[in-house]
Design a protein around this ligand. Structure first.
Ligand code: MRU
Length: 355
């Protein structure tokens, strides 16, 4: 483990000297706990693309630290204006590393706004404002997750079984997580929830990360393949679905890991409430509907060859590998934020959060 400023989370932070961003490499979990220290733009972008750091809020926190670390490397003797232009360019590349999770561009924009606001007081003042801002983004995410966990917990009762997809736990955020927040908070309070975790093809965040986090926390978690969700729902074993989100449009359509919308359709069929849990930093009122959310497409090799001793598909076969899908707002029973639980009609309830 690498020591970080304030030690806010064990898997992401700013190194004590303020010169690097520390992450636990999530692409190596659950088999290897490898910590990385990054300070170059290219390695930061690579870490996001390769999912060494992943999960919408965690990417935002990482980007906040990244912008600060990059700013510190700009020449002290240069004018503030020139340094801000250079920082803007680098930060733009960081923000473009993944398109779907809005927290990434949100955190970068917040850091740049902060830098501009302090620019009248010289470069040292800009750096100290940026340092405070990236820590604030991280601290605020902890508070938001805690509040989401409380609201989410009010939707279930002791002994309920919850189905989740992908990983929206502490690793994907700062602490507690969003979709896993109520489960982990319940565990602390003696409210025992049982979990079905979809393995989440193709990158297995459910198997590698969700079952890892919950199992370590002593939660009763059962790992299932994605195509088993219908059966456990039909058997009456699931009382609620909790999933995270990467971007929520103004009308409540919610982008999350590929396969989430299928879970929502099944839940509707079996009469199980399907909840999306996420901080307000994941709500993008500039996207009117889910059709406006950019969907990341990833390397076909993730389907053809990854995870197996031998390729499980013929070399060169055509693959379609979208990383996310959009769940229609009509399938969502509630969107749980740190400010409360939004219900349909979402156009009104989401807008009210920002008033
Ligand atoms: O591709 P990933 O692993 O970054 O996808 C993550 C998800 O889809 C999460 O559910 C989402 O980011 C919410 S994390 C609180």
């Amino acid at each position: 483990m690498i020591q970080t400023v304030e030690a806010l989370s064990p898997h992401v932070g700013l190194t004590l000297d303020g010169q690097r961003v520390m992450i636990l490499d999530q692409s190596q979990l659950p088999n290897r706990e490898i910590y990385l220290e990054l300070n170059g733009l290219e390695e930061m972008c690579e870490a996001i693309v390769a999912l060494r750091v992943r999960g919408a809020p965690a990417i935002g926190i990482f980007a906040g630290y990244g912008v600060y670390v990059l700013a510190r490397q700009l020449p002290q003797q240069e004018t503030v204006e020139r340094n801000l232009i250079a920082l803007c360019e680098q930060a733009g590349k960081l923000a473009a590393a993944r398109p779907t999770a809005v927290n990434l561009s949100w955190a970068v924009a917040r850091m740049l706004d902060c830098g501009r606001a302090a620019s009248g007081q010289g470069w040292e003042a800009v750096l100290s404002a940026l340092r405070e801002e990236c820590l604030a983004i991280h601290r605020q995410d902890i508070a938001m997750c805690r509040s989401i966990a409380e609201y989410g917990l009010s939707l279930v009762k002791d002994g309920d079984r919850v189905l989740t997809h992908c990983n929206a736990g502490p690793l994907a955020t700062s602490r507690y997580g969003t979709a896993l927040g109520p489960i982990l908070l319940g565990q602390e309070k003696g409210i025992r929830l049982k979990v079905f975790a979809d393995e989440t093809r193709p990158l297995l965040q459910g198997a590698r990360l969700t079952s890892y986090e919950l199992h370590r926390a002593g939660v009763d978690v059962t790992l299932i393949c994605d195509n088993m969700a219908s059966m456990v729902m039909k058997n009456g074993w699931v009382q609620a679905c909790f999933v995270g989100c990467d971007r929520v449009a103004a009308n409540g359509d919610a982008a999350n890991k590929i396969g989430t919308s299928g879970v929502a359709i099944l839940a509707k069929h079996y009469g199980i409430p399907f909840y999306v849990l996420g901080p307000t930093s994941t709500i993008d009122l500039n996207c009117p509907t889910g059709n406006d959310i950019p969907i990341e497409e990833r390397d076909p090799e993730e389907i053809r060859t990854m995870w197996y001793r031998e390729p499980m598909a013929p070399a060169g076969v055509k693959c379609f590998n979208p990383a996310f899908d959009v769940t229609d707002h009509s399938l969502i029973a509630g969107i749980v934020t740190e400010k409360g639980i939004c219900r349909a009609p979402y156009t009104q309830s989401l807008a009210a959060l920002f008033q």
